[in-house]
Design a protein around this ligand. Structure first.
Ligand code: SAM
Length: 248
């Protein structure tokens, strides 16, 4: 049978695409894209005329079956998303898991990912990190997700939309305190790429200082809570967690 290639594409700067990605996108029989019109621009830029079909959140389960039929007939297909690495807060999970079940070969082509791009230049600890994708939109679920970070010791990485970024940082201040260190990375690989780092309150003040600071695409990173120097045992911590649940 054919192969499904998972191909990372640029997150802003069109130069951020590998030689291998361009070759595979040229050679495959079909490219499945999240938004065919959006991806057409990238393909035109590189003179690639491979046929496009759509695969997005709303048609994925049905489209995946059709694509697997084609793969079984020997066609090679590339999956791309609007930006960055497919499946990372983007469609494709259904297709890849079904390919694995059906015994269809899946080959990843590594490239840009906003989370990793942000993390590697933020200056926060990178030995351990948690990728959280987008926070829940609903207030209570969002609050609970942030509260889980109170005792998180590794760096947390979030995607956030420009519409919600200031509100989210306001909630980070409320739930984790104004002193928690964080980094706001925006417009990565683009002309107005910016890293703002400071404590949560300073980041909020910066975002609120100018409407332009809230425009564009964002990755939010929150430093891990410093591990207590006074060695508290796991048992004591678990007991503390239990007791905290009982507090009003
Ligand atoms: N698959 C993509 C990846 O590998 O990073 C992520 C797709 S997700 C739907 C889109 C989100 O990624 C944006 O809302 C933003 O949080 C983040 N993002 C994508 N491109 C970015 C960029 N150039 N600068 C900052 N954040 C970006």
């Amino acid at each position: 049978s054919g192969t499904l290639f998972i191909v990372a594409t640029p997150i802003g700067n069109l130069e951020d695409i590998t030689h291998r990605a361009l070759r595979i996108l040229t050679e495959v029989d079909l490219i499945a894209a999240e938004d065919t019109r959006h991806s057409q621009r990238l393909l035109q830029h590189y003179d690639i005329s491979t046929r496009l079909t759509s695969l997005h959140d709303h048609n994925e389960s049905q489209r995946a079956k059709q694509l697997i039929e084609k793969l079984k007939l020997g066609e090679n297909i590339a999956l791309i998303s609007d930006a960055g690495t497919p499946l990372i807060s983007d469609p494709g999970y259904g297709l890849v898991s079904q390919c694995r079940e059906a015994g269809v070969k899946v080959v990843p082509l590594p490239g840009p990912c906003a989370a990793i791009t942000a993390l590697c230049a933020a200056g926060l600890a990178t030995d351990r990190f948690k990728f959280e994708g987008f926070l829940p939109v609903k207030a209570v679920a969002k609050q609970q997700a942030l509260q889980r970070l109170l005792t998180e010791t590794s760096t947390s990485v979030f995607y956030e939309s420009p519409r919600r970024v200031a509100d989210t940082v306001r909630q980070i201040v409320a739930e984790l305190g104004e002193a928690r260190q964080m980094v706001v990375a925006k417009e990565l690989t683009k002309t107005f790429e910016t890293f703002y780092s400071g404590n949560a309150q300073a980041c909020l003040t910066w975002l609120e200082a100018d409407a332009n600071h809230q425009r564009g695409e964002f990755v939010l990173m929150i430093a891990g809570e410093k591990q207590d120097q006074t060695e508290v045992s796991d048992d004591a911590l678990n007991l503390l967690k239990l007791l905290m649940k009982e507090l009003p």
